[in-house]
Design a binder for this molecule. Structure first.
Ligand SMILES: Cc1cc2nc3c(=O)[nH]c(=O)nc-3n(C[C@H](O)[C@H](O)[C@H](O)COP(=O)(O)OP(=O)(O)OC[C@H]3O[C@@H](n4cnc5c(N)ncnc54)[C@H](O)[C@@H]3O)c2cc1C
Length: 526
């Protein structure tokens, strides 16, 4: 017999296979010896009450041989001689998952990536973190695997209608992610593991006859009537394909500028901008897991480092937490010299002593009046101007301007700053001088409100670091709703986060798959 069961267990119980089996035996009334095995299909933590529970759904085998969790299988074909090829610009999740889908559809993907492979990219990240030297072509946003490679690797998304989330998670597992991503409510992979997964994806693409070019920055298109005939790279080479997927992410400003200069339609898009907040992880654990004593609070070992999600409406501005990284690190995510951007990541174990999160304010058309002359690039140039101020106020070398949280709300320069995970360093400064006034005021109000929702959150133990500005793309590259190509260019497919159709790893991957399916049907004449 096979049965799905829901169990509510203490964290220590949920970590023990034999205890779970005992619960299965108890709740089915079947002797323990007859419970042959189980696998978890859902797992979530419920920390709402005083006792923290783990809710599990388990698929159990009783009195019949246990079978492991069924895995999706993938039919990657050898596409060397397929006779059909598609150029994919950008090897982020959108580009990579499009390429993998093309292998299944017997179409040759040709990936053009401006950055370096994951291993070479790591050296550029070290130079940025340790010496404050930025490589504008190889950094936290640019390079193999895109912005997702050295990220937290959180894999949850709300855009379940846009594609098959389960398939994306199974693909990650197929290429080496741990099985728990298939059932945890908030799965994450971790920065230390993602590069291996991305490398395995590239190996499959190459083994199947796909092509992968690094340090190939696309700078233009040759257009004949309403089709791209050639994709031009900065080294003077050109590439041809049956279609072109443009998956260059939210930070490829030169691509947006190139499209604008060629009068290829783009649109300004609302986005969000703010700061990154960092607290001691023990403090967040204490708040979320209801610890009684700050000094002596230690999370029990079976619980993960706690996270949070906060949202508040301040007058007509939305303020919300973004990309929270428990046990994480604040990272320098700049792509341009003399501009400072921060973001966050965490290792698979989430075992750093800090909890960081973006805290951002929605930026809409009405906030962009000073940038009107930039046309569709107004939001992008607004974003750029704040990043430049952040760089200047940090004092250079990607040192970030920062303030203690209560000092921030009272506009007082902090006399000293708490320890912070941001490796290039922090410099005490007034963030009111960095942020546009509506963002500064909204954040200051919101921090106090958040302190009411999470007692202890509003504290000078927390550090506020500027600026979190790459939350989503400030530009949309439009596409036809039904055929998914650009309205003016029939073989150009804007894709993923940079085009404004995704926000995060899973939704970008799903968008890549969706476009590949659509292109495959078109090429097959379906
Ligand atoms: C530090 C950090 C942490 C993050 N953490 C998470 C997280 O935990 N969970 C989550 O869901 N999301 C996270 N994100 C966001 C996530 O990484 C992105 O949403 C996702 O990667 C977008 O995928 P994409 O393929 O659309 O674009 P990208 O991943 O941005 O990929 C675009 C690619 O295009 C390349 N490119 C750009 N211009 C050109 C050009 N002209 N020619 C050739 N190639 C070009 C770039 O080098 C890049 O590789 C994080 C981002 C960062 C920076």
């Amino acid at each position: 017999m096979q049965k799905n069961l829901s169990l509510k267990l203490l964290p220590s119980e949920a970590a023990s296979e034999s205890i779970i089996k005992e619960y299965i035996s108890k709740s089915t009334g079947v002797p323990l010896s007859k419970v042959t095995g189980f696998y978890i299909t859902k797992s979530s933590i419920d920390a709402r009450g005083k006792t923290v529970w783990v809710n599990l759904t388990v698929h159990t085998y009783i009195n019949e041989p246990f079978q492991h969790r069924p895995q999706l299988s993938f039919d990657f074909k050898n596409v060397k001689k397929s006779g059909r090829k598609v150029i994919i610009i950008g090897s982020g999740p959108a580009g990579l998952f499009a390429a993998l889908k093309f292998l299944e559809k017997n179409i040759q993907p040709i990936i053009l990536e401006r950055g370096k492979d994951v291993r070479a990219r790591r050296r550029d990240l070290a130079a940025l973190n340790k010496e404050g030297v930025l490589n504008p072509e190889s950094n936290y946003c640019f390079g193999e695997g895109g912005a997702g490679t050295y990220s937290d690797g959180k894999l949850y998304t709300r855009s379940s209608k846009r594609g098959d989330i389960n398939r994306i998670l199974n693909l990650f597992a197929h290429f080496g992610a741990e099985e728990n991503i298939l059932y945890e409510a908030h799965p994450h992979i971790g920065t230390n593991k993602l590069p291996h997964i991305i490398t395995a994806m590239r190996k499959t693409i190459l083994d199947c006859g796909g092509l992968f070019f690094f340090e190939k920055k696309v700078v233009g298109f040759e257009i004949q009537r309403d089709l791209i005939s050639k994709v031009i790279t900065s080294d003077g080479n050109s590439f041809e394909g049956d279609a072109v997927i443009l998956a260059t992410g939210h930070s490829a400003r030169d691509i947006f500028q190139m499209l604008q200069s060629k009068k290829i339609k783009i649109e300004a898009k609302p986005f969000a901008l703010g700061v990154r907040i960092e607290h001691p992880q023990e403090l967040i654990d204490k708040i979320q897991y209801h610890g009684k004593s700050w000094e002596y609070f230690k999370r029990e070992p079976f619980l993960p480092p706690a996270s949070y999600s906060l949202v508040e409406q301040i007058k007509d501005c939305g303020v919300f937490s973004f990309c929270m990284c428990p046990g994480g690190i604040i990272a320098p995510a700049s792509t341009n010299e003399n501009e400072l951007v921060v973001n966050g990541w965490s290792p698979s174990k989430r075992n750093n002593p800090y909890a960081n999160s973006g805290m951002v304010v929605t930026v809409e058309q009405k906030h962009l009046r000073a940038f009107e002359k930039s046309g569709e690039l107004a939001a992008m140039n607004f974003q750029k101007s704040v990043e430049q101020k952040a760089f200047q106020n940090g004092g250079g070398k990607y040192v970030a301007p920062a303030q203690r949280m209560v000092d921030f709300t009272s506009n007082k320069i902090s006399t000293d700053l708490p320890d912070c995970s941001y490796l290039p360093g922090t410099h005490s400064a007034s963030l009111k001088n960095v942020l546009p006034d509506f963002i500064y005021q909204s954040l200051a109000e919101a921090f106090k409100e958040f302190g009411k929702k999470m007692k202890g959150y509003y504290t000078n133990e927390a550090i506020v670091v500027a600026t979190e500005s790459r939350t989503s793309s400030p530009v949309r590259i439009p596409r036809s709703e039904a055929l998914l190509h650009h309205p003016q260019i029939k073989n150009l497919y804007p894709c993923g986060e940079g085009a404004g159709f995704a926000g995060g790893i899973v939704s970008a991957a799903m968008d890549g798959e969706r476009l590949a399916e659509t292109i495959a049907s078109k090429l097959a004449g379906v």
